[in-house]
Design a protein around this ligand. Structure first.
Ligand code: ZN
Ligand code: ZN
Ligand code: FE
Length: 756
């Protein structure tokens, strides 16, 4: 053999199975004239490549650079071997057994090749609602167990026809080893049925479109569960849907046929268009256009709209037929989990939907739509779920043991950790009912099995009443690690940025359990991965009525006004006149210490100001008052209020100053938009002031912003601009939500650091 011939063993790690990686290597190698083999093994994909050194180098480069759309290459390692003189290039079968560390890919939106075939009347899958290939289609929602092979998916019951089997077996084909490959002859079929399962006749998609146009509520079986759909132009249909779902005000998401249709109802910039079009296809929160035909009741009082593009072939067919946006919201009643089995859907949605557009491919895991928005030119997740989970985050640190982190109560996710991978789960929901708790437990078991993780360390929130905490404390034979809520927020931000502490962590949210027995939520922490110190916080006030104060922001206004004017306001406020006797009753109860826990929450201060301004006395969902307050901000206003900070340890931030200034502005008849702007400016100024003092004391000049309050774009903008101008490095969230959906990741990393 020629002396120049070399042989390399190449190991590729990451998401490289079930995404068309071996056919990609095969075609790259044959193209470069390289001989050898490629196969899956326990840690990913291995290649033995033999040939001319230049060609080998080109192959190694191509592995990371040109990898298939759904692949994620974490590492390519090479090792020189003895050349064998072998000719040709082959794909070898996967070995059985061994430790599994490979990764299951998330579900992916229909790719452009499949869309072309779907619309091509000469293609054998023309108009077939379940077309997919190695670059797109269902993954996580259909996988029962690993390895990711067809018998281990919910496609096991469909045997491939001769043509599909040939594509599946052909390394040169786009459908080589695409586990859900199918066609009209051998795969799942669509049906349109009424509430008791009677076929409604006619072509399902056409009839479904007619029903929607006629004002019906349609249940549609999607990737991760059932949705409910109505015509987005019809106030009447949207009102019917709200009444049936018992969902009065929370905005509904829309699915639009394409970007052009999306631009008619919302402003979409380049980054937002890209985000909408990613394989994850999240709901993207966009600025709503005025004067469109979209029903006002889709998102009452909101300046934004949540839009998504069709992400399954079924959605594409239906939206093309309709050529108009539809409301597409989770198939459930109020706060229950979304229905995903056919039986459950029939039972729970029977009274809600007029018809079911459904099919016979089972969904194994319930996965809600992801939600994202663009903040300062970068995508930021609000809910990380369908299309993104369970893709792990690869961290710069190694977990010293297998870890389970149980997450928070609201917007729960859990997180499994091993090696350098953090498997942040899909969105589980608010752990406030039995069904959600069940899906939390089932989710943990499923992901543990998929990724072969046997937790030795279990992390939990310090709140004794969280169901996730109770679940953790009942486990035996594991090391339990309690993690403070706001420490978890800050560390989730460190993990999101791959940065080690110490940092100045600004954690602003609704509520989290503090070790001093008060409820925290307006916190400045000096934090690293293992530990934290509370250096500053909002002056605590009572939360009159406990959880009632979350639903009724006027109660927080009462508490903050009382703290700001201990001897009385001297005059009547609009908010107190609206409440009449209740105002004084509630304050009397709070003073007597009846159900009035102390809180330093920033979220509750936003609620109080919102009520003071007459924006919201009561809310239908957490955060509504703050969201509406943000929506009112006059962006041209630069004024702000002074805030005093006491130099104790920890420093105490005087919210009463802010409340008095707001009351004065209201008395002077300053507009709500200007007061809202001054309030936001005040909080940003205060963040800069406190961080500057803490930098002087600690020498730390990196700030991490986390917690649900930082979903507020005006506030993030204000803080980042001020801090950056003052020479701070500022960390914000990207791939992980700033809200409680990110808590489990923070807990996992803290537990890992403490176990080290
Ligand atoms: Zn495809
Ligand atoms: Zn077939
Ligand atoms: Fe929180």
């Amino acid at each position: 053999m020629p002396a120049s011939r070399k042989r390399l063993r190449i190991q590729v790690e990451g998401i490289v199975q079930g995404v068309g990686f071996r056919p990609f290597v095969y075609s790259a190698a044959t193209h470069l004239g390289v001989d050898g083999v490629v196969g899956n093994d326990a840690s990913g994909v291995f290649v033995e490549a033999e040939g001319d050194p230049t060609a080998l180098a080109a192959l190694v480069t191509a592995l990371a650079r040109d990898a298939p759309t759904l692949a994620r290459v974490d590492r390519v390692a090479t090792e020189v071997m003895e050349a064998t003189g072998e000719r040709g290039f082959v794909i070898v079968p996967s070995p059985v057994g061994g430790e599994r560390v490979t990764l299951v890919a998330p579900d992916a939106a229909t790719c452009t090749d499949c869309l072309r075939e779907l619309a091509d009347s000469t293609d054998r899958r023309f108009g077939y609602p379940f077309i997919n290939c190695t670059n797109c289609g269902p993954r996580f929602t259909i996988v029962l167990r690993t390895p990711y092979d067809r018998p281990n998916t919910t496609m096991a019951g469909f045997s491939m026809c001769v043509e599909c089997a040939a594509e599946y077996a052909d390394p040169a084909d786009r459908r080589f080893h695409a586990q859900p490959v199918c066609c009209a002859a051998c795969g799942p079929a669509l049906t349109l049925v009424d509430g008791i399962g009677r076929d409604l006749g006619g072509p399902p998609v056409d009839t479904a479109a007619e029903l929607l146009r006629a004002g019906a509520v349609l249940a549609i079986k999607g990737l991760g569960g059932y949705h409910l759909a109505v015509d987005a132009h019809s106030e009447k249909s949207v009102a019917t849907l709200r009444a049936r779902k018992h969902r009065e005000e929370r905005p509904f998401a829309l699915m639009v046929p394409n970007l052009v249709a999306g631009r008619e109802i919302a402003e979409i910039d380049v980054v937002e268009a890209e985000l909408l079009s990613t394989p994850g296809a999240p709901i993207v929160v966009l600025r709503r256009r005025a004067g469109t035909e979209v029903a006002q009741s889709v998102a009452p009082g909101s300046p934004t709209l949540g839009l998504m593009l069709p992400y399954t072939p079924l959605h594409h067919l239906l939206l093309k037929q309709l050529a108009a946006p539809i409301v597409l919201t989770s198939g459930n009643v109020s706060d229950e989990p979304i229905a995903f089995t056919d039986e459950d859907a029939r039972q729970r949605l029977g009274g809600l939907a007029d018809a079911f557009l459904t099919h016979d491919r089972p969904i194994h895991t319930r996965v809600d739509d992801s939600v994202a928005r663009v903040v300062r030119g970068h995508p930021q997740l609000i809910r990380r779920s369908r299309g993104l989970a369970p893709r792990p985050l690869t961290l710069p640190w190694t977990f010293p043991a297998h870890i389970l982190a149980c997450g928070s109560e609201l917007k729960n996710t859990f997180c499994l950790g091993r090696d350098r991978h953090a498997f942040l789960s899909h969105h589980i929901g608010d752990l406030e009912n039995f069904e959600t708790l069940e899906s939390f437990v089932a989710g943990i078991e499923h992901l543990r099995d998929l990724f072969d993780i046997r937790p030795e360390v279990v992390a939990y929130d310090l709140h004794p009443e969280y169901l996730s905490t109770k679940y953790a404390l009942e486990l035996t034979g594991v090391d339990l690690v309690g993690v403070q809520h706001h420490h978890a927020h800050i560390v989730s931000c460190l993990a999101d940025n791959g940065v080690d502490g110490p940092v100045l962590g600004v954690a602003f949210d609704g509520l989290g359990w503090g070790p001093d027995g008060t409820l925290w939520g307006g916190e400045f922490l000096l934090a690293d991965r293992a530990n934290y110190q509370r250096l500053a916080h909002l002056e605590p006030v009572p939360m009159p009525g406990g959880a009632m104060a979350v639903r009724q922001p006027w109660r927080m206004a009462a508490a903050h006004v009382q703290a700001a004017y201990p001897t009385g306001v001297g005059g009547e406020l609009a908010v107190s006149s609206r409440q009449g006797r209740r105002w004084t009753d509630v304050l009397a109860a709070a003073e007597a210490g009846v159900n009035a826990p102390l809180t330093s929450s920033m979220g509750r201060l936003f609620d109080a100001v919102s009520a003071l301004l007459g924006v919201r006395d009561a809310v239908a969902f957490e955060g509504q008052a703050a969201i509406e307050l943000e929506g009112l901000v006059d962006g041209s206003e630069t004024g702000a209020y002074p805030v005093s900070i006491s130099p104790d340890t920890p420093m105490r931030i005087c919210a009463a100053d802010v409340v008095r200034a707001v009351v004065d502005d209201l008395a002077a008849e300053v507009s709500v938009a200007v007061v809202a702007a001054r309030f936001h400016n005040t909080i940003s100024d205060m963040v800069l002031d406190v961080c500057s003092r803490l930098r002087a004391n600690t020498g730390v000049a990196v700030v991490a912003l986390s917690g649900g309050v930082f979903q507020n774009v005006v506030l993030v903008d204000g803080c980042v601009q001020r801090l950056t101008a003052a020479g701070f490095r500022v960390l914000t969230h990207r791939a992980v939500p700033p809200n409680d959906g990110g808590i489990s990741l923070g807990q996992a990393v803290v537990a890992g650091a403490r176990a080290d």
